[in-house]
Design a protein around this ligand. Structure first.
Ligand code: CUA
Length: 323
């Protein structure tokens, strides 16, 4: 049910429980106060044959309406401080620590310096906007900010906390079950504030491993040996003589390839020849067979034979990184 609060983890539930307790108590107090007001207004009003009596002081009543609210405020304070202690207890039982850095206007998540998150270039996996965790595991978040004050808030999974430039803060979240949980920066931080969204994806262990494998593969694209080789082929073979890739080559014969991997129009304008691995391999292997009359020739290796598959494949792997 889309309640304003719909806790899906132990911390969020603890906070929601107190919320409902306070809300219930407020309703009861409201009913008693308004009820007494209405009853008094009707029963004791001045009317023909009845004159309103004047009271001054009723020790019992005054005692009740002093002591009861005082006790309520004290008990809610105690319960609130208990929750605060729980919110701030970021370390005990935490299965993982992830750094969350706020920046106008995106959150960046840096995964732990553990072997399983390591990339080929010896750095560690980091990703923007989407945070991947294990369902049922307490995750500590170390918050920081690059510029202004942001605040991390995923309502279903935990409390909220500021990310303050120059100061380290920490919080924790936990999801009961696998799923996708929406969140949002909740401190006004500039014109892009409303778009500073967070998605926490909680996985079961098998899904988490699958996600991690894909994420590592994507992040390793640029340090992948095949990609590095492809880049070298591109700049040293014929490709560079015709195609521009900004920052790498500068030639005007063929189309620019700076963002070829995210190009929406087909390769060479050939209907149905969408940009993907298979089609790029075919195209580089023999463009004239796909588009008769095209300027791009069939390339040969230095012995005059056809360009070998490994070379073409490396070039394609490199092109696919150009998003
Ligand atoms: Cu960042 Cu609002």
């Amino acid at each position: 049910m889309p309640w304003p609060n719909d806790p899906q983890g132990p911390l969020a539930r603890s906070i929601a429980d107190l919320y409902w307790l306070m809300f219930g108590a407020a309703i009861v107090v409201l009913a008693i106060v308004v009820g007494a007001l209405v009853v008094a207004g009707i029963r004791f009003r001045e009317r023909p044959g009845h004159q309103a009596r004047q009271y001054h002081g009723n020790n019992l009543l005054e005692l009740i309406w002093t002591v009861v609210p005082t006790l309520m405020v004290i008990s809610f304070s105690v319960l609130s401080f208990q929750r605060l202690a729980l919110v701030n207890d970021v370390d005990s039982g935490a299965g993982m620590t992830i750094k969350a850095e706020g920046q106008q206007w995106v959150w960046n998540f840096q995964y732990p310096s553990e072997a399983r998150f390591q990339l080929n270039d010896k750095t560690y996996l980091s990703q923007p906007a989407e945070l991947h965790v294990l369902a049922g595991q307490k995750v500590k978040l170390e918050l920081s900010s690059k510029d202004v004050i942001h605040a991390f808030y995923v309502p279903k999974l935990g409390g909220q906390k500021d990310a303050v430039p120059g100061r380290d803060t920490a919080m924790w979240i936990q999801a009961d079950r696998p799923g996708s949980y929406a969140g949002q920066c909740i401190e006004f931080c500039g014109t892009g504030h409303a778009d500073m969204l967070i998605t926490v994806v909680a996985h079961n262990p098998a899904d988490y491993d699958a996600w991690l494998a894909t994420a590592l593969k994507d992040a390793n694209r640029f340090t992948d040996p095949a990609v590095a080789k492809g880049k070298q082929f591109f700049t040293t073979l014929a490709c560079a003589g015709c195609h521009t890739i900004q920052g790498l080559t500068n030639a005007k014969v063929g189309p620019e390839l700076t963002h070829i991997a995210s190009q929406k129009t087909p390769i060479g304008g050939v209907p149905g020849l969408d940009v993907n691995e298979g089609n790029l391999v075919k195209w580089i292997g023999n463009a004239p067979s796909l588009k008769p009359g095209v300027v791009m020739p069939v390339f040969s290796n230095k012995y005059g034979g056809p360009l070998d598959d490994a070379t073409i494949n490396s070039i394609v792997q490199f092109l696919l990184t150009l998003k």
